[in-house]
Design a protein around this ligand. Structure first.
Ligand SMILES: Cc1ncc(COP(=O)(O)O)c(C=O)c1O
Length: 395
């Protein structure tokens, strides 16, 4: 069987100008890490997000940004962090590594992300933080969720890994929380050569800690030393928050990735708009098949990083649909985001309990279509015709 459309690990192609940007750094940059390109990417990103200058920190991937965010929460045993059960594993385990107990929140069946209600339902006096995840590229109800967190005095850490550029109430995903993270992984709408990420910290008092946490506690000695070479090239200092030390790591990103990330910010709105317009075309092309239920959002609240649907007739029909799409049409759809409480990983840690019926029901009947930006128009047409054929054959 010949595979005609793969669920590709790569999301976008680069323009000649973007490739030249990379080559220029390769040829000319005086350093390949922690240099001017990183500073420029952070400045441009803060501007894109419309958040304070100096509040964004480029890192090597979204998971690193989550690890840094989790360490800045200074979690103690018994502290609870509310997370959607329906998300990628990296949304959750950095908080467990930092000492928290995860508490799984359900998703809203229509939007497939957490809502103020599903979060509030699982809040307890031990809740220390809430992590809304803008899964598939759709921003959760952040105005309400941020307000709820403020009222309850708990931190809000947005996982905007998949939602670069998406907006609610005119504000971007990842600009509402106390902290936010982004991913520029190979599969995302903005991808910095395979790996990349960003951490946003609203509180300016935390900002000086981020470079130390990111790079082994490294910091410069003052330039005014009489001998620049003594006692050594650079200093290391212990990041300390409210009197307590926080261990650093090396979460640094290279200059090439940063230069490319800054350049791609000029095009990300176009990429998102193209994906959204294609999603509408695909969804509308299947409107005679209501058994396949999409989340149709024609506005910039959704960047359609992924195109997911639910087979209303249940898991068996979903499996038949996927098998026929694969075997007869050569199209590889996938199933994503097994609720985390159902993974062996979390069960073995004792976090296998959840009351998330919407997440379970959605996951058990979901299908995610290949939807990388690199898809050609004729491939999209073929996938639409194929989905129609297969759905017809299953009636
Ligand atoms: C929702 C979500 N959170 C976190 C991450 C982690 O990002 P990264 O792969 O850049 O470490 C990803 C994805 O890859 C993700 O999809």
């Amino acid at each position: 069987m010949e595979l005609k459309i793969n669920f590709s690990g790569r999301a976008i192609n680069y323009t000649d100008e973007e490739i030249e940007t990379v080559v220029k750094v390769m040829r000319e940059a005086p350093t390949l890490t922690q240099g001017e390109r990183q500073a420029e990417f952070e400045r441009k990103f803060a501007d894109f997000q419309d958040v304070a200058p100096g509040s964004c920190f480029a890192v090597n991937n979204g998971t690193s940004a989550l690890e840094m965010a989790a360490s800045l929460l200074r979690l103690k045993p018994g502290d609870e962090v509310i997370l959607p059960s329906h998300t990628f594993t990296a949304s959750a385990y950095p908080f467990i590594k930092a000492g928290a107990t995860p508490v799984w929140a359900d998703i809203d069946p229509e939007t497939r992300v957490v809502s103020p209600e599903t979060i509030e339902r699982v809040m307890t006096p031990r809740t220390k933080a809430v992590v809304p995840v803008h899964l598939y590229g759709y921003v959760a109800d952040m105005p309400e969720i941020a307000e709820l967190c403020r009222e309850r005095g708990v931190a809000c850490v947005e996982d905007a890994a998949q939602a670069i550029g998406s907006k609610v109430d005119g504000r971007r995903a990842g600009s509402f929380g106390d902290m936010a993270i982004f991913s520029f992984h190979s599969h995302k709408n903005l991808t910095t050569l395979g790996e990349g990420g960003m951490l946003y910290l609203r509180n300016p008092e935390l900002a000086p800690l981020a470079p130390l946490l990111r790079h082994n506690g490294h910091c410069p000695y003052p330039e005014t030393r009489p001998n620049y070479w003594t006692p050594a090239m650079g200093n290391v200092d212990l990041p300390v928050l409210d009197g307590e030390p926080i261990m650093p790591g090396n979460y640094s990103i290279g200059e090439i990735e940063c230069a490319l990330g800054a350049k791609l910010l000029d095009r990300i709105e176009d990429i998102n708009a193209e994906k959204r317009q294609r999603a509408m075309k695909f969804i509308d092309g299947l409107e005679d098949f209501p058994e396949l239920e999409f989340h149709r959002v024609p506005t910039d609240r959704h960047n359609y990083h992924l195109l997911a649907a639910r087979m209303k007739d249940g898991p068996e029909k979903r499996d038949l649909f996927m098998a026929k799409m694969y075997v007869e049409k050569g199209i590889k759809c996938v199933v994503q985001y097994l609720p985390l409480n159902r993974y062996d990983f979390y069960r073995k840690l004792g976090f296998g309990e959840a009351n998330c019926p919407n997440a379970d029901a959605f996951f058990d009947s979901m299908v995610s279509f290949p939807f990388q930006h690199t898809l050609k128009e004729y491939e999209l047409e073929y996938m639409l015709d194929s989905a129609r054929d297969v759905l017809r054959s299953l009636r």
